[in-house]
Unconditional design. Structure first.
Length: 246
């Protein structure tokens, strides 16, 4: 099992835990399941090149190394499903209303509580390693960046949390999902589809300047999202080719 409490490495601060872990892997052979975490991340990176805002000491900023050799290079989206489900498994213990906004942002209602950035290394057909960065808003009560819709667990529940304990719970939940993927992939994919943000009904999307309403019909194994417009047309999009309008 990739979870091992002895593989957690705390650093005082880092520009980015993903960058720190990547550089560590380049210098030596780092064990599968190693976690780097810090209470002060100064230049956290999100999807689409966005910066992740995190007040020092209030949230979870971490990176996890996984060597998913049982997953083919062509099936790397499975790891995105594993990680996002692991995070929602834990958050759902504290409040209802959490979902996964394709491909792997974590939402509470219409607000973003966590972002996931996975940087993959492939060697031919071998999926040799993935560095998984997770930023989770835990105790932060005010957000000063221009991000449109952040929310923290404390804002949702009115309670403060031990970020260290929550960090271990999340990595353990990811490890459980990861182990289950070695035996049964279909149920994991079904769980992912059921946890999707706006997985039923028609909502507005934007692609190449066009705004249209559509419903999610499925997520393909490759990670492509399949949308059906109000006129019945099916459209397939890769990440960054289409945006949810909130």
């Amino acid at each position: 099992m990739i979870y091992n409490k002895n593989k957690f490495i705390h650093i005082e601060s880092a520009a980015s835990t993903n960058t720190y872990l990547k550089e560590l892997c380049q210098k030596s052979d780092i064990e599968d399941g190693t976690v780097i975490y810090t209470h002060a991340q100064t230049a956290g990176r999100g999807q689409r090149g966005n910066r992740w805002e995190s007040e020092p000491g209030q949230n979870i900023t971490m990176s996890l190394l996984i060597k998913p050799t049982h997953i083919p290079a062509s099936g790397q989206f499975l790891l995105s499903q594993i990680v996002s489900l692991g995070v929602t498994d834990v958050l759902s213990e504290y409040a209802p209303g959490f979902s996964i906004k394709w491909p792997n942002d974590i939402y509470w209602k219409d607000k973003k509580i966590a972002g996931i950035l996975i940087e993959n290394t492939l060697q031919g057909e071998i999926y040799s390693q993935a560095i998984i960065g997770i930023g989770l808003n835990v105790n932060q009560q005010e957000f000063i960046s221009d991000a449109p819709n952040p929310v923290s667990l404390r804002q949702i529940t009115g309670k403060s949390y031990d970020t260290g304990k929550l960090l271990h719970k999340i990595v353990y939940a990811i490890a459980l999902r990861y182990e289950s993927s070695k035996k049964e992939i279909n149920s994991l994919r079904k769980d992912y589809s059921g946890q999707l943000f706006r997985h039923t009904g028609y909502y507005p999307y934007e692609s190449k300047g066009e705004i249209f309403k559509a419903c999610i019909t499925k997520i393909e194994d490759s990670g492509l999202i399949v949308l059906k417009t109000e006129t019945g047309e099916e459209r397939r999009y890769a990440f960054k080719e289409v945006s949810f309008l909130l």
